[in-house]
Design a protein around this ligand. Structure first.
Ligand code: HEM
Length: 132
């Protein structure tokens, strides 16, 4: 499996552990205040990161591109800021909203980089080799 897929899956499973932890905490305490954090950690952290990892595993040529690492770095950095900000906001810290907004935009930028990866050509080298 390409290194970038390993990275995405390792990061994804950490988000899954955190996301389930928050779910269990909500279930056991009966306090569901952190429902949005739970949903976003599981869906943006676990599910989406795992889909990214799967995409690169199925497209090893794209996995070799520097853009794949840029995608990982921007997306994961965005989540590392965004999800704790959301968590503490839900626990009663509304002053974190601007930080949450900025981090959400960084996460979105990471997704736009992924769109560029998807629409980019498989490998310039391969195309040039075919033409030769
Ligand atoms: C140990 C596993 C899990 C536990 C204990 C758990 C627990 C909970 C609890 C207590 C709620 C709040 C329900 C409410 O207030 O209406 C919730 C909501 C939610 N959970 Fe989980 N959850 C788990 C796993 C997951 C996973 C794996 C995902 C997604 C991949 C997920 C996605 C969601 C979503 C989207 C909501 C919001 C649902 C809504 O707003 O109606 N959960 N979960």
């Amino acid at each position: 499996m390409p290194q970038i897929s390993q990275l995405f899956f390792k990061t994804a499973v950490i988000w899954l552990i955190i996301g389930l932890g928050i779910g269990l905490q909500m279930g056991m305490s009966g306090n569901h205040n952190t429902i949005a954090t739970h949903a976003h950690v599981n869906l943006l952290g676990w599910v989406t990161s795992a889909i990214f990892g799967g995409y690169y595993a199925l497209n090893p040529a794209k996995a070799q591109k520097r853009l794949a690492m840029v995608h990982y770095a921007i997306y994961t950095f965005g989540l590392i800021i965004m999800l704790p900000a959301l968590y503490f906001m839900e626990l009663g810290n509304p002053q974190l909203e601007p930080l949450l907004g900025i981090a959400s935009l960084i996460t979105f930028a990471g997704v736009l980089v992924f769109a560029v990866v998807i629409f980019s050509r498989e490998s310039v080298g391969v195309h040039e080799a075919r033409r030769a």
